[in-house]
Design a protein. Structure first.
Length: 170
């Protein structure tokens, strides 16, 4: 399956699914037409002045529709053999910052994964987080394995998906 949006394209192998989205802007508390309604705020994330950037979610299991940027909601349903990938873009102000000095989509190694790298600790899972710049765009790559003990098997599959992902310059 091929996914493409916001200058990011990926080819997913059989058994994988993904989404490339951009957050909706949060509605202000009031506007010139009166208070914001619950419907106008539905699905909003972030602050009203935020400029939403793309986020890519890839997984070898069914992604729940309701999930956070770094996998909350998705990691809760992971099992043995599962991988979740978040590729989160930061704004142009992040390009050139020390945190994003690494160039290109990283190649992962099993030893990079640890339970201490998880956003939310779930028994048996392991995570890895890497920051990088590619074609003048700053990203965080966050990957969660359903079972840390399966890293030697799951990481090469994840690297294959990452190699099939391209990021175009803005």
């Amino acid at each position: 399956m091929r996914l493409s949006a916001h200058g990011i394209t990926t080819e997913l192998p059989a058994g994988w699914e993904g989404r490339i989205t951009r957050r909706r802007r949060q509605a202000p508390a009031t506007s010139s037409t009166g208070p914001a309604t619950a419907a106008s705020r539905a699905g909003a994330i972030g602050s009203p002045d935020e400029v939403p950037e793309p986020v890519v979610h890839l997984a070898n299991f069914a992604l729940p529709e309701d999930r956070g940027d770094f996998g909350s909601g998705a990691v809760d349903v992971m099992r043995s053999g599962h991988v979740f990938v978040s590729l989160f873009e930061f704004g142009p102000e992040s390009v050139g910052q020390a945190l994003f000095a690494s160039q290109g989509i990283p190649t992962l190694r099993p030893r990079m994964f640890a339970a201490s790298a998880l956003q939310k600790t779930i028994s048996g899972q392991a995570g890895c987080q890497r920051f990088f710049t590619h074609h003048g765009r700053a990203f965080c790559l966050y990957v969660v394995l359903g079972k840390q003990a399966e890293a030697a098997t799951l990481v090469p599959k994840t690297n294959g998906v990452l190699r099939a992902t391209t990021i175009e310059p803005r």
